[in-house]
Ligand binder design. Structure first.
Ligand SMILES: [Zn+2]
Length: 457
């Protein structure tokens, strides 16, 4: 039976419940509205940031395509791309960033076709082969990559290390560390006892029998497997050591070390993966085999005959001179104990000849790329090569074209790198002086942008 008291109790309960529900509902609505506004504000801010462009006011701007210097230009960067190059000094919206480079010479980010980011010359380098673990190599390479980028080299081709260079590329691409864009060969390919055999100079019990997995090739079958292994490991191209070299613990600096058939198999297999092949070569015979075998670039080219120069022209191969490395090994070989004894005579024979060969090859019309072999000397000093090339007879503007538009073409990036033009990556550097008047200004890059981000200003 219902009593008045029970009725009241029920009514009270009902009203209380109703009010609680109402309040909760309204709280949900308020919460929802707040969420909506937050999202809206966040979206507005992000859009503003994303659409924020950078306007670079360039007093002088090098057009690498025509080899001319333009004046008073504005380069507009949005995200990681160049979107416009306009005459005069233009300003964007109040939110956009303006960078004043009116008293600088601006050019595309430089490209070095021959570096080794895993190593840097030092008197203990040969001991470190036994004492440094992969992690040590990796930590060291972080500083080398940064020094390279800050010197204005926004792209490099890493021509050989242990494979840490592949991890380095990944870390840079993910933005975890600062460094250039890397196109890497991973581990170089050699023949047994050849320049890049990883156990050269070891005691017999440590020599082992490295094979294609470790980058050692001795047959057509090995050649296929070694290239495919590099693909699997994450390399972007293939490097072979077609002749002996200076800094390996082995007798000859220049003997041929592959057969033409092996090289042909390497370049043929590389093509399946979209890779080009670079060949280290000091000696003439090994160089000829490499060219006939279809390699794209000859590194160093020290003892190149005129016959081989003509072969280079016929096969459209490029010479990557590395004059700076030649100068450095000559200098270091004079320091007692800096290199192991077996290396000293090789360094003194090869080092001093590189610049002269470059000069002859250039004058004969051989295609020239820009590459230094940084690591054989201190990383970040790559730009020394420009003055050496000019000293050997190449016009300053041509050296800059080699380091931009020519190298971009070899890397199959000619529509994305090597020019300051719409749709190209925003890799832009600047120097204080006009390099056609003073080439040494290239050694003092004062502004570096890579992928639209400023790293040095
Ligand atoms: Zn090298």
């Amino acid at each position: 039976m219902y009593t008045q008291k029970n009725n009241d109790r029920f009514l009270n309960y009902f009203i209380l419940n109703y009010i609680t529900n109402l309040v909760t509902q309204q709280l949900y609505i308020i919460q929802g509205l707040m969420k909506f506004f937050y999202t809206l504000i966040f979206a507005l801010i992000s859009t503003t940031i994303l659409s924020q462009n950078t306007y670079l006011h360039c007093g002088k701007l090098i057009d690498t395509k025509t080899g001319t210097i333009l004046t008073e230009k504005t380069v507009v960067v949005s995200g990681n791309k160049i979107i416009k190059v306009e005459s005069g000094y233009l300003d964007g919206n109040p939110d956009d960033i303006t960078i004043n480079l009116k008293n600088k010479t601006v050019m595309p980010g430089l490209i070095d076709m021959h570096v080794h980011l895993e190593q840097e010359t030092n008197p203990n380098a040969y001991l470190e082969k036994y004492t440094a673990s992969e992690a040590d190599v990796a930590y060291n390479s972080v500083g080398f990559a940064e020094a390279t980028l800050l010197a204005g080299f926004t792209t490099v081709r890493d021509l050989g290390g242990s494979g840490v260079n592949i991890s380095l590329k990944k870390a840079i691409n993910k933005g975890r560390i600062d460094g250039p864009r890397i196109f890497t060969a991973g581990k170089s390919l050699a023949t047994t006892g050849g320049h890049a055999d990883p156990t050269n100079g070891n005691k017999r019990s440590e020599i082992g029998d490295p094979g294609p997995k470790d980058g050692v090739v001795n047959s057509i079958e090995d050649a296929k497997k070694a290239v495919r292994q590099r693909y699997k490991n994450g390399a972007d191209l293939i490097k072979i050591t077609a002749t002996g070299g200076v800094l390996s613990v082995a007798k000859s600096s220049s003997n041929p070390q592959f057969t033409v058939e092996e090289i042909k198999e390497i370049t043929k297999t590389a093509k399946d993966y979209g890779f080009h092949v670079a060949a280290h070569a000091h000696g003439d015979e090994g160089m000829q085999r490499a060219i006939l075998g279809g390699v794209k670039t000859i590194e160093h080219g020290t003892l190149m005959s005129t016959k081989t120069m003509d072969l280079m022209k016929k096969y459209k191969a490029y010479l990557v001179p590395t004059i700076t490395a030649g100068k450095e090994v000559t200098e270091k070989a004079a320091i007692d104990g800096y290199y192991p004894a077996i290396i000293v005579p090789k360094a003194l024979e090869i080092g001093p000849q590189i610049q002269n060969t470059f000069s002859k090859a250039f004058k004969r019309g051989v295609r020239i790329a820009f590459g230094t072999d940084a690591g054989v000397f201190k990383h970040g000093q790559n730009a020394k090569e420009f003055a050496y090339m000019v000293e050997a007879g190449m016009p300053a503007m041509t050296t800059i074209q080699c380091a931009t538009i020519v190298n971009a073409k070899i890397l199959n990036m000619r529509t994305q790198l090597g020019q300051i033009a719409p749709d190209f990556f925003a890799d832009i550097v600047a120097v204080n002086e006009d390099p056609t008047k003073d080439i040494s200004t290239m050694e003092n890059v004062v502004f570096v942008m890579k992928d639209g981000k400023v790293f040095k200003q």
